[in-house]
Design a protein around this ligand. Structure first.
Ligand code: NAD
Length: 294
């Protein structure tokens, strides 16, 4: 049993913390929203008064927060309060630069650290089947791996500090671009009188195959579990896809990488969100591409 401080008990953090409790760990939780604390208590998390109280007692600190500024602010205020050598794991999706700063804050305070963003969404968080993409020193990763296991379907050590965040935004840039490509193909097929099923049967078994068509098909019918079958209820909300595409663009600019399709995908999701569809599943962008989203 390990004593774990869990900071950020939102849509992802609460089910993740619940899986740590189920695995027999003592979880001390804190969030700014009272309602989230009530849910955490129901899941067996011991709610404490603030982040400092949780961190002082913990062997491992996990953060699951909205963005880089929240992670840095928490690290700056609590890193020095932890027992020397405490392992800090940040599972939020944040920019690579902030992730590296967070590692530096932890190291300066004598702590070990891993960035470990996830994919798999709230369904994967509840089922304990998230994919963790981890960055950090090998020793820190070896300590993090058994802690992450009850929340994970797969854990990949991607490299040094920030490598987990880098893998996450590269993967999601592929996803955003490929979803738009698949949606364009269905919209074109419709105009050409091609049935959804016929295009699916060909493309899902030919060179057009990818996760966006085979598993998450953006039209109703061919893949009954995809959000298209429930009026594009997420799933993975377009606003979160936009967040990740913006992080990819920010990283591309800082690193001098050429990503024109990533930039275009970010623009299209920004327009989709501006039309009031940030809460729609990201595959719902097919409506925007058909011109019927507004
Ligand atoms: P959320 O907004 O539901 O949860 C974030 C929580 O952090 C909130 O409850 C908020 O009150 C809390 N918080 C903010 N500042 C805090 C502080 N100083 N101390 C304690 N708590 C604080 O967001 P979420 O959907 O749980 O996502 C969390 C992270 O995971 C984000 O970075 C997101 O991009 C990433 N992510 C989300 C999904 C998803 O499907 N929701 C999937 C993969 C990754």
């Amino acid at each position: 049993m390990t004593t774990i401080a869990f900071l950020g008990l939102g849509n992802m953090g609460n089910p993740m913390a619940a899986n740590l409790v189920k695995a027999g760990h003592a979880v001390l939780g804190f969030d700014l929203v009272a309602e989230n604390l009530t849910i955490a208590t129901g899941n067996g998390v011991t709610v404490v008064a603030d982040a400092a109280e949780a961190v002082k007692q913990a062997e491992v600190v996990i953060t699951m927060l909205p963005a880089g500024k929240h992670v840095l602010s928490v690290y700056e205020s609590v890193a020095a309060l932890a027992a020397p050598g405490t392992l800090f794991i940040d599972s939020s999706t944040i920019d690579v630069e902030s992730a590296r700063k967070a590692h530096a804050i932890a190291a300066a305070a004598g702590m070990a650290s891993v960035d470990a963003p996830v994919s798999g969404g709230t369904v994967g968080a509840a089922a304990g089947t998230l994919t963790f993409m981890a960055g950090g020193a090998t020793e820190a990763f070896s300590r993090a791996e058994p802690i992450l296991k009850p929340m994970a379907g797969r854990i990949v050590h991607c490299g040094g500090p920030g490598a987990g965040q880098a893998a996450k935004i590269c993967n999601n840039m592929i996803l955003g671009i490929s979803m738009i490509g698949v949606c364009e193909a269905f919209a074109l097929g419709e105009k050409l009188g091609l049935s959804h099923q016929a295009l699916f049967d060909v493309a899902s078994t030919s060179s057009g195959q990818c996760w966006s068509i085979n598993t998450y098909c953006p039209v109703p019918g061919p893949v009954p579990t995809s959000p298209a079958n429930r009026d594009y209820k997420p799933g993975f909300a377009a606003a979160l896809m936009l967040k990740d595409l913006k992080l990819a663009q920010q990283a591309a600019q800082a690193a001098g990488a050429v990503t024109p399709l990533g930039a275009e995908a970010a623009q299209l999701y920004a327009l989709f969100e501006a039309q009031g569809h940030g809460g729609t599943d990201f595959s719902g962008i097919i409506r925007f591409l058909r011109g019927d989203a507004a």
